[in-house]
Design a protein around this ligand. Structure first.
Ligand code: UT7
Length: 333
């Protein structure tokens, strides 16, 4: 029996960002804020909003984009993992709706809930399914319709979030030089009080009272989350680099979760990675939760900025708390 290790590598990407744009001027017109505050405190200039439909529509559009660009047939897909905190419904899983939309008749799938770390957790899971040897084509989608759970009267949160989805196809490769290398992932429920949506679940099912108390919206205590995110993202990325004997010079790109430009800058600094090697699109999309990291990958790849053999460090921090980093070597031309 062969003991050759199966490597998992990204062989296709797709994305979808809705057409409707909300710029900072719009928020100046609905809450007490300013373009200047938003740009200097977060780096965000605009975000996209899905006017009709749910997260499955975002995810389906991203997957269709991937299928078209990479000639992937629906029946070839073995597994669909959708990372999201805004599923269309509690059940069935968004992955089932996506499966039906593209008619992936041979696929099974599930949703994975890890907030802003959702794509990283799903990517590790997808790579493990490939490495197990049991599956050949796993699709991992990060998708969130954050506008569905955003309180547009709360200036602390409404300026931050947007809607989008992006997808990657993971396949086995015998080329040990490319693909998924390593990941360090964590969760710590001590963070549960700082970033949450309390209503609608089994603890606080929807009632008139939960609606009146705005419990179906995102709550965030920004300062502690900011501090934890800077430390969490920077330390885990640095630890992953040390574990894999990487210096800043070995890393082509840091691909950070896009929650705040100041968090991103602090992480890059700690890793010794120059600003030109940090993927950024928070200015265009805001925080799209599970979609931010794959959205960066798609845009930078399509712009010809990522080359085969490039070492990437993906890093995220989010509600839970959840956080982590993944190291991969890009395998697509
Ligand atoms: O993606 C998942 C993980 N989430 C994160 O990583 C987000 C982490 N947190 C953050 O990015 C930042 O904490 C925020 C961007 C959310 C807030 O920035 P901050 O610099 O931490 O501001 P703050 O919450 O400490 O608020 C400072 C001031 C406050 O006014 P006072 O109390 O000093 O008078 C806020 O009321 O800024 C005020 N403020 C605003 N002012 C204008 C809060 N939001 C706004 C706003 N426009 N939109």
């Amino acid at each position: 029996m062969s003991t050759k290790k199966i490597n998992a590598t990204i062989t296709g990407v797709g994305m979808y960002a809705p057409e409707k744009v909300l710029d900072n001027a719009y928020f100046e017109s609905i809450v007490n804020t300013s373009n200047d505050w938003i740009i200097t405190r977060t780096g965000i200039r605009e975000r996209r909003i899905l006017e009709t439909g749910g997260t499955s529509d975002l995810a389906t559009a991203a997957l269709k984009d991937l299928m078209e660009k990479h000639n992937l047939l629906a029946e070839e897909i073995d597994v669909i993992i959708v990372a999201t905190v805004t599923p269309d419904m509690f059940f069935p899983a968004t992955a089932c709706l996506v499966q039906d939309n593209v008619k992936a008749k041979n696929a099974w799938g599930f949703d994975l809930s890890a907030a802003c770390s959702g794509f990283l957790f799903a990517f590790q899971t997808g790579c493990s399914l490939i490495e197990s040897g049991r599956y050949k084509k796993v699709v991992v989608i990060g998708a969130d319709k954050m506008s569905a759970i955003t309180d547009y009267t709360d200036r602390n949160t409404c300026i931050l979030f947007g809607d989008a989805a992006a997808a990657v196809l993971i396949e086995p490769t015998e080329d040990s030089a490319i693909g998924f290398k390593d990941a360090l992932l964590h969760c710590d429920g001590q963070g549960k009080d700082y970033l949450y949506m309390k209503g609608g679940g089994s603890l606080n099912p929807a009632t008139h009272e939960t609606v009146d108390n705005k419990m179906h919206y995102i709550f965030q205590d920004g300062k502690p989350v900011f501090k934890a995110a800077v430390v969490g993202m920077a330390d885990i990325s640095y630890e992953l680099m040390q574990k894999n004997n990487l210096t800043g010079g070995d890393v082509a790109y840091l691909v950070p979760h896009q929650a705040n430009l100041r968090i991103i800058d602090a992480t890059a600094q700690r890793m010794g990675v120059g600003k030109d090697k940090v993927m950024i699109n928070i200015d265009k999309y805001g925080n799209t939760t599970a979609a931010t990291i794959p959205l960066c990958l798609v845009e930078y790849y399509r712009a010809g900025k990522i080359k085969k053999g490039d070492n990437l460090i993906l890093a995220a921090f989010g509600a839970g708390y959840t956080w982590g980093a993944a190291y991969l070597t890009w395998g697509m031309d």
